[in-house]
Design a protein around this ligand. Structure first.
Ligand SMILES: Cc1cc2nc3c(=O)[nH]c(=O)nc-3n(C[C@H](O)[C@H](O)[C@H](O)COP(=O)(O)OP(=O)(O)OC[C@H]3O[C@@H](n4cnc5c(N)ncnc54)[C@H](O)[C@@H]3O)c2cc1C
Length: 520
C-alpha cells in the first residue's frame, strides 16, 4: 500500500507537540502527530493518582509562568491561570519562625523579614528582584520572536551591570552581594536548581540559566495555578489541534526516521509508516539520537524527586504565627537555606542522598479547589506536591528502583515533617484498599513513564534564551532556535533552544520556522 504523505509529522504528543500541531494545522498544513503512550499531554497532565478518592492532580508539572499570552490568544485556548495570593513561605530549620513573602501585603513581608532577624536584607532583596524585573521586561517580549542576539539583550535591558551579574557571573556571587541571611539567600537560589543539579558557584552557569527562566515568565516571574489542573492546559491545546484538523495518534512509538519516512509501532508490535515533508521532534533530543542509532553526546540528568499527596487537612506548622493556608498558599520551601542547598549538593557529589533533602511544596487546592470532588472540598481535604532538589539521577545508577523509591519517599516525608507540628503521615488520606495517598516519582520513574532521559524535566540542560553575537543563524530553523543534529528534523519540544517548561514555545517556534521557510 502506498504511504500516506503529510506536510508535517510531529513526534511526541506533549503540550509542545500539540502546540505545533495546532498552529500548523490551522495554517492549512496536513499534520500527523504520533505519541508513544496511551494519552496526550506528556508531562502536562492531570490524573486520578489515587483511584477512588475523587482528586485529579496535576501529576507532573503543576504551575504555569512561561506560556505566552500570544499563544493562548492565537489558539483561542480556554484556560484560566490564577495568581497565588502568597509568593513563598520558608521556615527556618530548627526554629519556630519563618519568612512569609506576601504579594498582597508589603508591610507583612517587611515584618516577616524583621521577625527572622533579616531586616537588613529587605533593601537587597527588593533591589535584586527589581533587577530581575528589568531582565524580565526586556527578555519576555522576545520569546515569541526569533532568537535575539546577546547584544540585543544588552540594549533592551539598558544596564550592563544587570546583564553582567546575571548572565556572566555565577549566581552565587550576585546572591551573596545582594543579601546576607542564609535562609533569604536560599530562597533566591532555589529558582536556579529546578531539575538542575548545581552549586551556586558553578562556572558553567547552568544555575543562572535555570534561574533566568524562573524569573522572566509573563514579564513578572509569577507562577500561576492552571484552573482544573495541568490537564486543562494540554486539553485546550489538544482541542485546538483537533479543530485545526490535525490527526492525533496515541499508542504510536516512533522507531525510525529517514529519507522522508517515519515508522512507528503500536503496543501490539505492529509497524506503520508515513511520508513526511518535514519532521518535528517534540520529544527529548536524547531519544531522537537513539532513534537515529546514535548515543547522546551528553547525559541528560534531572535532579528532583516528585511526591504527590492527598491530605485530610493542611498540617499544622511549628511556626504558630503563620496560618497553614498562607504558608501553603505559595511555594513552601523546606530545608532550603543557602547552606543546606550547598551541603545537599556536596552530599550528592559524594554519592549520597542529601539528608535532609531540600524541597519545595505547592498546594494546588488552596488556589483552585475544582480538582477535588465536592465531598473532598467539603471535608477540608487538600493536595500537596513536593518537588525535592539536589537529587541527581546518577544517584540511582545501579540501584534497585523500588528500594530507592521507598528511601527517597521516606527522606522527603521526613524533610517535610521536620517543619511541621505533627508528622505529615497523620493527615495523609488512605485509599479504599488501605494504601496511603502518596505517589513518588524518581528521575528513573519519569524516564520510564515519559521518555524523559535521566528524568530531566527540560529534556536536557536549559539554554540561554538568546544567541551569541557571533553565532551563525542561517535559515529559519536556526533563527527560531529549533535546529536538530539531523537533516530534515526540527526540534519542537522542551529540548529546543527556549523550549523548557510548560510554555508551548518549543512547538510554537518550530511551527513559525516551518511557516517562515515555506513563505520564502
Ligand atoms: C515532575 C515534573 C514537574 C514539573 N513542573 C513544572 C512546572 O510546575 N511548571 C513548568 O513550567 N514546567 C514543569 N515541568 C517541566 C515541563 O512539564 C516540561 O518541560 C514540559 O511539559 C515538556 O513538554 P514537551 O511537550 O516538550 O515534552 P513532554 O511533555 O515530555 O512530551 C513529550 C512526549 O513525547 C513522547 N515520546 C517520547 N518518545 C517518543 C517516541 N519515540 N515516539 C512517540 N512519542 C514519543 C512522550 O511519551 C511524551 O508524551 C515539570 C516536569 C516534571 C516531569
Amino acid at each position: 500500500m502506498p504511504q500516506q504523505t503529510y506536510d508535517v509529522v510531529i513526534v511526541g504528543g506533549g503540550h509542545n507537540g500539540l502546540t505545533a500541531a495546532a498552529y500548523l494545522s490551522r495554517a492549512g498544513l496536513s499534520v500527523l502527530l504520533l505519541e508513544r503512550s496511551g494519552h496526550l499531554g506528556g508531562a502536562s497532565v492531570s490524573a486520578e493518582a489515587f483511584p477512588g478518592m475523587g482528586a485529579r492532580l496535576s501529576r507532573y508539572s503543576y504551575l504555569v509562568s512561561l506560556l505566552p499570552r500570544q499563544i493562548i490568544d492565537d489558539l483561542g485556548l480556554r484556560i484560566t491561570l490564577r495568581r497565588r495570593r502568597y509568593s513563598s513561605y520558608t521556615p527556618q530549620p530548627g526554629t519556630e519562625r519563618g519568612l512569609l513573602i506576601d504579594h498582597g501585603d508589603p508591610q507583612a513581608t517587611r515584618a516577616s523579614f524583621e521577625g527572622l532577624g533579616a531586616g537588613a536584607d529587605i533593601e537587597g532583596w527588593d533591589r535584586l528582584y527589581a533587577r530581575t524585573s528589568r531582565l524580565a521586561q526586556a527578555l519576555w517580549p522576545t520569546v515569541t520572536g526569533p532568537l535575539p542576539r546577546r547584544r540585543d539583550v544588552d540594549a533592551l535591558v539598558g544596564d550592563s551591570s544587570i546583564t553582567r551579574d546575571f548572565l556572566e557571573r555565577p549566581l552565587g556571587e550576585v546572591i551573596e552581594t545582594s543579601v546576607a541571611d542564609d535562609l533569604v539567600r536560599g530562597v533566591v537560589l532555589t529558582d536556579g536548581l529546578i531539575s538542575t543539579y548545581a552549586s551556586a558557584h558553578d562556572v558553567d552557569l547552568q544555575q543562572n540559566v535555570c534561574f533566568l527562566y524562573h524569573v522572566i515568565g509573563g514579564g513578572t516571574g509569577d507562577w500561576d495555578v492552571p484552573v482544573g489542573g495541568m490537564g486543562a492546559v494540554s486539553g485546550a491545546l489538544e482541542e485546538a489541534a483537533h479543530r485545526g484538523g490535525a490527526q492525533l495518534c496515541t499508542d504510536s512509538e516512533v522507531t525510525s526516521l529517514g529519507d522522508g519516512s517515519v515508522t512507528w509501532r503500536n503496543a501490539a508490535g505492529d509497524e506503520s509508516s508515513a511520508a513526511a515533508r518535514q519532521v518535528l521532534w517534540a520529544a527529548a533530543p536524547g531519544v531522537l539520537d537513539r532513534v537515529m542509532g546514535n548515543e547522546p553526546e551528553q547525559r541528560a540528568e534531572g535532579a528532583q524527586v516528585k511526591v504527590n499527596l492527598l491530605l485530610s487537612r493542611l498540617p499544622r506548622l511549628r511556626d504558630a504565627t503563620v496560618p497553614s493556608d498562607a504558608a501553603f498558599g505559595g511555594t513552601f520551601h523546606i530545608n532550603e537555606t543557602y547552606t543546606q542547598l550547598e551541603t545537599a549538593y556536596r552530599a550528592a557529589l559524594s554519592g549520597a542522598l542529601p539528608q535532609p533533602v531540600p524541597a519545595e511544596i505547592y498546594c494546588h487546592s488552596i488556589t483552585d479547589p475544582s480538582i477535588l470532588s465536592p465531598q473532598l472540598q467539603e471535608s477540608g481535604a487538600h493536595t500537596l506536591t513536593v518537588f525535592a532538589l539536589q537529587t541527581p539521577d546518577r544517584l540511582l545508577d545501579g540501584a534497585d528502583l523500588d528500594t530507592a523509591r521507598t528511601t527517597y519517599e521516606r527522606a522527603v516525608l521526613d524533610s517535610l515533617s521536620s517543619v511541621l507540628a505533627e508528622p505529615v503521615e497523620d493527615v495523609v488520606l488512605t485509599m479504599p484498599d488501605g494504601r496511603p495517598c502518596i505517589e513518588t516519582k524518581t528521575t528513573r520513574d519519569l524516564q520510564d513513564a515519559l521518555a524523559m532521559p535521566g528524568g530531566n524535566i527540560f529534556h536536557g540542560p536549559l539554554s540561554w534564551p538568546f544567541a551569541e553575537d557571533d553565532e551563525a543563524l542561517t535559515g529559519a530553523a536556526a533563527r527560531w532556535g529549533v535546529t536538530s543534529a539531523y537533516d530534515g528534523v526540527l526540534l519542537a519540544g522542551a529540548g529546543s533552544r527556549r523550549g523548557g517548561g510548560v510554555s508551548g514555545l518549543g512547538g510554537y517556534h518550530a511551527a513559525r520556522a516551518i511557516l517562515e521557510a515555506r513563505a520564502d
